[in-house]
Design a protein around this ligand. Structure first.
Ligand SMILES: *[C@@H]1O[C@H](CO)[C@@H](O)[C@H](O)[C@H]1NC(C)=O
Ligand SMILES: *[C@@H]1O[C@H](CO)[C@@H](O)[C@H](O)[C@H]1NC(C)=O
Ligand SMILES: *[C@@H]1O[C@H](CO)[C@@H](O)[C@H](O)[C@H]1NC(C)=O
Ligand SMILES: *[C@@H]1O[C@H](CO)[C@@H](O)[C@H](O)[C@H]1NC(C)=O
Ligand SMILES: *[C@@H]1O[C@H](CO)[C@@H](O)[C@H](O)[C@H]1NC(C)=O
Ligand SMILES: *[C@@H]1O[C@H](CO)[C@@H](O)[C@H](O)[C@H]1NC(C)=O
Ligand SMILES: *[C@@H]1O[C@H](CO)[C@@H](O)[C@H](O)[C@H]1NC(C)=O
Ligand SMILES: *[C@@H]1O[C@H](CO)[C@@H](O)[C@H](O)[C@H]1NC(C)=O
Ligand SMILES: *[C@@H]1O[C@H](CO)[C@@H](O)[C@H](O)[C@H]1NC(C)=O
Ligand SMILES: *[C@@H]1O[C@H](CO)[C@@H](O)[C@H](O)[C@H]1NC(C)=O
Ligand SMILES: *[C@@H]1O[C@H](CO)[C@@H](O)[C@H](O)[C@H]1NC(C)=O
Ligand SMILES: *[C@@H]1O[C@H](CO)[C@@H](O)[C@H](O)[C@H]1NC(C)=O
Length: 675
């Protein structure tokens, strides 16, 4: 037996059950703080000197460009305390770009960045991704040479309104510095869009040049839901407060959970076959499940017909995991930080084990894996696995954590497949934001603490039985993306979707499905398959780019979900060339594509590399896949993907037997709020 593992799974389940929302907790009332010098009356450029960050920020020694921060109301009737928090940085090296007077001839770009979640603070990106100051795992602060404000004025925003002290991913902390009274939370995404317009109409009164300068609205993950809704409301507005030029969405939740999370699972395996230990049977098993779930959509260029709405079949058999998937109140603790809570204990226990027992552990694990394999046909028999349903990403994560080194150390980061460190280095900005000196300098609220992420209460209550897995009742953006694209073309607004190739939570295949299923420039989907390389400033391959009829798609090699964290230099080139700039690489022009098409990039997946890094709180080693294994796999995959595998048959060993052998092994807690 493996007692430490048994203990662990109890801790895991204990936390998840303890944190299950019953909708009964009180929702906090928060409000902005009036710091000395706050002007009286309505917003005007007079507020610039109030918002300017002039006091010294603790632990920040680097000279920063001029910045402004504070809370600005969203103008919702009856909810004066509903505000969004912003921190705006002028373009590096400039002085006066944000405070420039109104001037319709000023065409300097400006950028807004929104985080995902739902409920994640924009300050996460500011302090760990594309912002000017970064916190390191040891608490040190450094200057980021690849901050997006090297190219334009950038405003990082905490939205939607509100906060919640009780949070699934970071228990007892709660989002960013935005505020809301206890009945002032947003009921849905349309209110989110309206609120954001209210915020914009106020901020352009403080910084009047922003009303007419080209706005680049950017964000990642669940911002893939927010941004289309905000854009929809901007297009509907009689007098839009800003001039939108482009929207850019990274690893965005543009479609259903089935489409963005579970459909791409075979593509995830193909990108990193190490996840299944290069096991051909396991690959065929997942392909069969993909087929049975209706996830094997055939993308054609040009696209032939619309895809059906995907049905996310739920597990039917009882197990701890299936129970959590079945529970409509269960949000599933999808957060790497949540995972850290338990995995830290796992790592400690693991470290204590002698080599001898560890070898025993690995032997035992291989035995279990063989059992699981023998059992494959018995599990499914041409039917959807009753234990996982079509939650195929969960099944893959569990497989990797159950059986495949180094993920079997307990670390599976859905945001970044090759990162198997456990616990991961934790980049914690909360000490900084909650320091009274920081609060005063940033004109932040004192009625609440800054929190990275909160469990977003749509409609003022936590009710996960409604709407999607986050309780968001709004229809997914795919339902109106074609209309949005039509309006975007008319308004000369371009759309950029980009993906980190190492992300498994919102994998790029899902984004490609969305693109082929939407109409833009009057035609459905791309007419040619994306296969044009783009390069960073050192001339190194950086990924794939494709552009047609106002829609740009960029794949970024070697980057996880939080793209600028993993590939900061490449993310800045991407911003310069394909968001702010109009670089034509990848553009279809008649029968040719600018920059050419490369047949080795025309597969459904871009191989993810052969190094998996692991360690505790820092990378202590990498696991490299032997060349012979890769060669054997490559020849297998070439034939395996030429035809669909036959349905599994035969073995009658029961799933229950495998279950008892494996009992006590950690249930891979599927990770991740949509950061
Ligand atoms: C705002 O008004 C109050 C009272 O009317 C006054 O004490 C305060 O100085 C005013 N603040 C500013 C910045 O003008
Ligand atoms: C910006 O310019 C003003 C004068 O216009 C000056 O007082 C201030 O120190 C400058 N700030 C920076 C960061 O250079
Ligand atoms: C904007 O440019 C036009 C044409 O160059 C010029 O006539 C006008 O005065 C400019 N407006 C401002 C506010 O500078
Ligand atoms: C913190 O980590 C960074 C990067 O690893 C290192 O350069 C720095 O010296 C460390 N600082 C302290 C105080 O340990
Ligand atoms: C807004 O916050 C203030 C405290 O600053 C409080 O007195 C007031 O009741 C709040 N308004 C609402 C509508 O909750
Ligand atoms: C995609 O094509 C394959 C091979 O023709 C077929 O088996 C499969 O059913 C198709 N998928 C869908 C969803 O139609
Ligand atoms: C594809 O588009 C159709 C029609 O707009 C929609 O009904 C369907 O849900 C979409 N399917 C996917 C997988 O996005
Ligand atoms: C992983 O292990 C758990 C715990 O034994 C088991 O319930 C689950 O079915 C396993 N999943 C996979 C995909 O191996
Ligand atoms: C400043 O840095 C020190 C040393 O790393 C740390 O102990 C302290 O908590 C930090 N303070 C803030 C406000 O970040
Ligand atoms: C920070 O300010 C609050 C009042 O806003 C006060 O209650 C608290 O003691 C202060 N904390 C420190 C460490 O000074
Ligand atoms: C477009 O971007 C590519 C990066 O792949 C770069 O090599 C090229 O120089 C850029 N072209 C122009 C015209 O800036
Ligand atoms: C699979 O088939 C075997 C024998 O054909 C049968 O004993 C077993 O119950 C089946 N399993 C499922 C899940 O249908």
């Amino acid at each position: 037996m493996l007692p430490f593992l048994v203990t662990l799974s109890f801790i895991v389940l204990g936390i998840s059950q303890g944190a299950l929302g019953q909708g009964s907790q009180s929702i906090p009332n928060t409000f902005p703080h009036a710091w000395p010098g706050q002007p009286n009356g309505t917003f005007s450029p007079e507020w610039q000197s109030y918002f300017e960050v002039t006091q010294k920020l603790p632990n920040i020694t680097a000279p920063l460009s001029r910045s402004f921060a504070g809370n600005i109301p969203v103008n919702r009737a009856g909810h004066p305390n509903d505000t969004l928090f912003f921190w705006a940085f002028e373009k590096q090296g400039s002085n006066g770009t944000l405070t420039a007077p109104a001037d319709a001839n000023n065409t300097d770009p400006w950028i807004i960045w929104l985080q995902g979640g739902p409920g994640s603070s924009g300050m996460i990106a500011l302090t760990t991704e594309n912002g000017p100051i970064h916190v390191l795992a040891n608490g040190t602060w450094v200057f980021n040479n690849f901050s997006w404000n090297h190219l334009a004025d950038v405003i990082w925003v905490d939205q939607p309104v509100g906060t919640d002290a009780r949070n699934r991913c970071f228990p007892r902390t709660g989002t960013g510095f935005s505020t809301a009274d206890s009945t002032g939370y947003v009921p849905d995404e349309d209110q989110t869009g309206e609120d954001f317009l209210g915020f914009l109409s106020n901020i352009v009164k403080v910084f009047p040049s922003l009303a007419t300068r080209p706005l680049f609205l950017t964000g990642e993950s669940y911002a893939g839901t927010y941004i289309p809704y905000i854009t929809k409301h901007l297009f509907q507005a009689q007098n839009p407060p800003v001039k939108l030029r482009k929207i850019a969405i990274g690893d965005g939740s543009l479609g259903s959970q089935a489409t963005v999370e579970h459909l791409p699972v075979v593509n995830v395996i193909e990108t990193y076959p190490a996840l299944i230990g290069y096991d051909e049977d396991v690959f065929n098993y997942f392909r069969e499940q993909e087929h049975l779930c209706g996830f094997d959509l055939n993308l054609t260029y040009p696209q032939n017909g619309h895809f059906p709405t995907l049905n996310l079949v739920r597990p039917t058999a009882h197990s701890a995991l299936s129970q959590s998937l079945l529970d409509p109140m269960e949000t599933r603790a999808r957060s790497k930080s949540f995972q850290q809570l338990v995995s830290g204990k796992f790592a400690a226990a693991h470290a204590k084990r002698s080599l001898n027992t560890r070898a025993e552990f690995f032997e035992r694990r291989e035995e279990s894996r063989q059992q699981w394999k023998r059992d494959l046909s018995g599990r499914a028999n041409g039917t959807i696995d009753p234990f996982y349903g079509c939650f195929l990403l969960d099944e893959l994560e569990d497989y990797a954590v159950n059986f495949t080194f180094p993920w079997s150390n307990g670390g599976f980061d859905v945001y970044d497949i090759p990162d198997a460190t456990n616990p991961e280095p934790f980049l914690n900005a909360s000490t900084f934001f909650n320091d009274n000196r920081t609060r005063a300098a940033l004109h932040a609220p004192t009625s609440k603490d800054w929190i990275r992420n909160f469990n977003y209460p749509f409609g003022n209550v936590q009710d996960r039985s409604k709407g999607n897995q986050y309780g968001d009742p709004s229809v997914e953006p795919i339902a109106f993306l074609s209309d949005l694209a039509t309006n975007a073309s008319a308004a000369n607004v371009s759309i950029v979707f980009y993906s980190g190739n190492d992300d498994s939570l919102v994998q790029h295949r899902g984004t490609e499905v969305i693109i082929q299923n939407m109409t833009f420039g009057g035609v459905q989907g791309f007419s040619r398959k994306p296969s044009t390389p783009w390069f960073d400033d050192s001339g190194n391959f950086a990924g794939i780019v494709h552009q047609e009829r106002g829609l740009t798609y960029v794949l970024i090699a070697g980057a996880g979900h939080l793209i600028p964290e993993w590939k900061p230099a490449q993310a800045l080139v991407f911003l310069r060339e394909f968001v702010l700039g109009n670089n034509q690489t990848g553009t279809v022009s008649g029968t040719v594509v600018v920059g050419g098409e490369n047949s080795t990039l025309a597969n459904d997946y871009l191989p993810g590399g052969n190094e998996i890094f692991y360690g505790s709180s820092a990378t202590q080693g990498t696991s490299t896949i032997p060349g012979a294994t890769q060669a054997a796999w490559n020849s297998f995959i070439a034939t395996a993907t030429a035809t669909h595998p036959p349905l599994a048959n035969g073995n009658s060993a029961s799933r229950q037997a495998a279950g008892s052998v494996l009992r006590g092994v950690i249930v891979a807690l599927v990770v991740g709020c949509f950061a």
